[in-house]
Design a binder for this molecule. Structure first.
Ligand code: PEP
Ligand code: MG
Length: 580
């Protein structure tokens, strides 16, 4: 048994077999054979090795003709590796002595060699060759029984070096029970999607995708950020118990709180909304007691098409979300493209510093036709229910005024055409750039509401890439500078008589609920849905006065650890079931 530490990004516990996304890219369906099958298994392996060698020699020949002998050497080197007696002997021993299937023997052998190559400065660059050989052999061995990621026939835990938000969003939720990744930081978009899909995930694990073999038994502990490889029976049993206890607590809280408001003992009422990326998520959010959608990340419409969605496609998505909301409010955020989201081959992909480049509203203002199409759709659906529009990453009054002008022009077009829309539709902005937080008292004059995007606000305030595992320990929601910016934003909004929500992941981590309540947040927008009843429970158990006092004390802390200790102590005393 081995325990690896990473960053917990999506809560929950998953127990199952590893499916390596990069190495073999396929799942090995069977691991063990009986005594009588040994010789036929050896035969299968010998045949696969011979075929793979022939394939590589042919390839080497073709490539020499087309690209010269230097490149072709790669393939002849692979063919030579297959002739290597060390490999062959190790494969055979695993089949004969351990009774592994040929596929499992290949996967385990390659895993050991990969580890050895990694630790040797001369061989480290050849790891990719081992991966290539492994893939080639497994392809031969599995043939028609080969399972790809999108056609899994049983449950797996996905292990990858890195995954894009689109890859994560397209995984089969029924089959993929957990995700473990080498790369990734606390609030990268891959992490956010895993959480939205309710798949327990740990990222920033370093080199698990090299260390694990397909089919290894693993546990993903998405609460504590642990990956447990080859767990012993005792550990397995304790995790099984924790998993069923967590489900039980979740169900009890859900039954008790779904229809109750988030109101403190002394009468402070806040809203609990949900974050979504796809309309299909709405029903689950509502079933968990969300009072509406506080953040619809519409850029995910790009997932199903390479080009910008048409007005009609926007309308269809929003109408679908609103149908499921059944009269509850929705905040539609305009496209937040760029940085780690959906850049693909576009012009944005070539920026050197995309988080500081033409991301989000900057890109949209450079391409007003994309924004106009989206805003027209939002105006159109505004007659169907309570719709609010929100602009991301606004950093100045000039930007905000340009956006408002664009929206007003469209309203006039609608008026001229005699088309209806909600004349009272609220317009808000996200506060996620430090300049906006510092300047919130002025920005508040131009909008109906704020929503604090802590994911970006923390990243830009502390200069810490939210998706980079190497600096993840410096990504600190409790940093005094971050807390001061949140406080400034809330105070500025309240002074001007507007409401302030919070839709970054900080709002979904229940450890921070009391602090954010005490800082004066009016509306929490959270994910995944099961945290909705947990947050309601916390709010309904505390006095607003006590939360305010707590926030005052935390604001005075100059050290993050001290702030965390105080919060933990308060939470544990308040609700030991939620903070064991
Ligand atoms: C944020 O930045 O906190 C936020 C909610 O927006 P996103 O995560 O989509 O950047
Ligand atoms: Mg953001």
């Amino acid at each position: 048994m081995e325990i690896k530490r990473g960053i917990p990004v999506s809560p929950g516990i998953a127990i199952g077999e590893a499916f390596l996304l990069e190495a073999e890219g396929v799942r090995i369906p069977r691991h063990f054979i009986s005594e009588s099958q040994i010789e036929s298994e050896v035969g299968r392996l010998e045949q696969a090795m011979a075929e793979a060698r022939k394939e590589l020699e042919d390839l080497s020949g073709h490539v020499t003709e087309r690209a010269g002998s230097k490149i072709a050497e790669i393939f002849s080197a692979h063919a030579d590796m297959l002739q290597d007696e060390y490999f062959r002997q190790e494969f055979l021993e695993r089949i004969r002595d351990k009774k592994y299937t040929a596929e499992f023997a290949v996967s385990r052998t390659m895993r050991r060699w990969r580890k050895m190559f990694h630790d040797d400065p001369f061989l480290a660059t050849r790891v990719a060759d081992l991966d290539d050989l492994e893939r080639r052999l497994l392809r031969r061995l599995l043939g028609a029984r080969r399972e790809e990621l999108d056609s899994l026939s049983s449950d797996v835990i996905l292990v990858a070096h890195d995954m894009s938000p689109s890859q994560t969003a397209s995984v089969d939720q029924e089959r993929v029970k957990g995700i473990a990744m080498d790369a990734g930081g606390p609030t990268g978009h891959t992490a956010i999607i895993a959480s939205a899909l309710g798949i327990p995930a740990v990222v920033g694990l370093g080199s698990v995708s090299d260390d694990l073999g397909g089919g290894d038994q693993i546990i993903v502990d998405g609460h504590r950020g642990l990956l447990i490889v080859d767990p012993d029976e005792e550990t397995l049993e304790s995790y099984r118990q924790r998993r069923s206890q967590a489900i039980e607590t979740e169900m009890t809280l859900l039954e008790e709180l779904r229809d109750l408001p988030a109101e403190t003992i002394d009468g402070r009422r806040v809203e609990i909304m949900a974050n979504i990326e796809f309309p299909r998520e709405v029903t689950r959010a509502v079933e968990h007691g969300a009072e509406g959608i506080g953040l619809y990340r519409t850029e995910f419409l790009y997932l199903t098409s390479e080009t910008a969605p048409t007005e009609q496609e926007h309308v269809e998505a929003y109408t679908e979300a609103m149908r499921q909301l059944d009269g509850r409010p929705i905040i539609i955020r305009t496209f937040d493209l760029g940085a780690d989201k959906f850049v693909g081959e576009s012009e944005l992909a070539h920026e050197k510093n995309p988080f500081l480049g033409r991301r989000s509203i900057r890109y949209c203002l450079d391409h007003p036709e994309i924004l106009r199409e989206q805003l027209r759709a939002i105006l159109r659906v505004s007659t169907l229910g309570e719709v609010k529009v929100m602009f991301p990453m606004v950093a100045s009054t000039e930007e905000l005024m340009t956006l408002r002008r664009l929206l007003n022009d469209l309203r006039e077009e609608f008026d001229r055409a005699g088309e209806s829309y909600d004349h009272e539709m609220e317009v808000g902005i996200m506060i996620e750039v430090p300049s906006a937080a510092v300047y919130a008292d002025v920005l508040a004059d131009y909008v109906d509401f704020f929503s604090i995007g802590t994911n970006d606000l923390i990243q830009y305030t502390l200069a810490i890439d939210r998706a980079n595992e190497h600096v993840a320990d410096m990504y600190q929601p409790l940093h005094p500078a971050v807390l001061r910016l949140i406080k400034m934003t809330v105070d500025a909004a309240h002074d001007k008589g507007i409401k302030v929500g919070l839709c970054g992941e900080m709002g979904s981590e229940i450890i921070y609920t009391i602090l954010l309540l005490g800082l004066g947040i009016d509306s929490f927008s959270v994910a995944p849905p099961f945290v909705v009843p947990e947050i309601k429970k916390i709010i309904r158990t505390v006095k607003y006065d006590d939360a305010r006092e707590m926030a005052r004390r935390i604001l005075q802390c100059t050290e993050v650890d001290r702030a965390m200790e105080q919060l933990m102590d308060f939470d544990r005393e308040l609700l030991p079931v939620l903070f064991p």
